[in-house]
Every structure is written in structure tokens, then in C-alpha cells.
Design a protein around this ligand. Structure first.
Ligand code: NI
Length: 174
């Protein structure tokens, strides 16, 4: 178990395109996932990408049961997702407030696909294949953006809907 340092926006490693994992399962992957889950839990995160702890691989973890950072979010199963691929379902988008452990203290109103299909592999190499909506779809899109070097501020449509959590009066977590 290890809680790792989370890179913050401005670190060029957060802008890199992450590489696919070539071998599943592996002891190295197990250790990485354990560290990611420990780090996410320690920061009350809803999700974390490997790139955020400086590991440039296409690995994300996410999950929400009862999260003080997202008190109104619907539950999302705790998931380790490797080499994910997302396909939007339909053209509909929806706006909701997002934060990111690499952008501490801030929230922004981000448009995302309302419904997506995603596939990937779990730590044992089993296929994960889900169609999801709402907060679950949002978290997956946010985390997979990290794998392509995209932080949510690049998705903002209106910079007036972006600010510090303790100053925003309209921001409500998704
Ligand atoms: Ni993030």
C-alpha cells in the first residue's frame, strides 16, 4: 500500500498520451492499481488516472459510493479499467460541475456525452463492457481524457463557470 503524489496541472507529464498496457495481469499492474486505489481513497477522489501519479499507461480507477467531494452523485461501482475505449451513445450532451485531483480547489461546468458505451479490461484481464449514463458516464469520460493528456479546463465552454470551490455559489457537484 502506498499513497502516491498526485501531479498538478502545469506538470508536462499530464499532457502526454499514455501507452497501452501490454500484459494483463502482471505483478507490476497489481501494484500500480493498489497504489492508485489507495491514492484515490486518501483524497476522496471519484476517479484517478495512472498519469496523475506519473505512470504513463492507459489505466484508470473510479468509483463512488458515499463521497464527501460528490455528496449528490449516484453510486458508481469501484472499477479498475485498463486500455479503455469509449463510444458516445447519441449526440446528447449535458453540463455538470467537475473537479479533478490534479486541479485542486477548483470546479468547472463541463459538457460531456450524456450516454456512452465503454470497454476495457479489469486487473485479471477480463473484459468490461458497459453502457452508462449520468455521473458514471461523466467520470469515465473525465478519467479517459487524462490518458490523452486532457484536463477538464480544456473542455470548459464558459470560463465564467470555473472557479474556486469555496468562492463558487452556484457550483453543485454532478
Ligand atoms: Ni482528473
Amino acid at each position: 500500500m502506498a499513497i502516491r503524489t498526485i501531479l498538478k496541472m502545469g506538470d508536462p507529464r499530464l499532457l502526454a498520451i499514455a501507452a497501452p498496457v501490454r500484459r494483463i495481469p502482471s505483478p507490476e499492474l497489481e501494484t500500480l492499481l493498489t497504489d492508485m486505489l489507495d491514492t484515490m481513497a486518501a483524497h476522496d477522489g471519484a476517479g484517478l488516472a495512472a498519469v496523475q501519479i506519473g505512470v504513463p499507461l492507459r489505466v484508470v480507477v473510479f468509483g463512488v459510493s458515499c463521497n464527501p467531494r460528490y455528496p449528490e452523485a449516484a453510486p458508481v461501482p469501484l472499477t479498475c479499467l485498463i486500455n479503455p475505449v469509449i463510444t458516445p451513445l447519441g449526440a446528447a450532451t449535458e453540463d455538470a460541475w467537475e473537479g479533478c485531483l490534479s486541479v485542486p480547489g477548483l470546479r468547472g461546468l463541463v459538457p460531456r456525452h450524456a450516454a456512452i458505451h465503454y470497454i476495457g479490461y479489469d486487473a485479471a484481464g477480463r473484459l468490461i463492457d458497459r453502457s452508462v449514463t449520468g455521473f458514471h458516464a461523466r467520470v469515465v469520460q473525465h478519467e479517459c481524457d487524462h490518458l490523452d493528456g486532457i484536463l477538464y479546463p480544456r473542455r470548459l465552454r464558459d470560463l465564467r463557470q470555473f472557479g474556486f470551490v469555496d468562492a463558487l455559489t452556484t457550483a453543485r457537484p454532478a
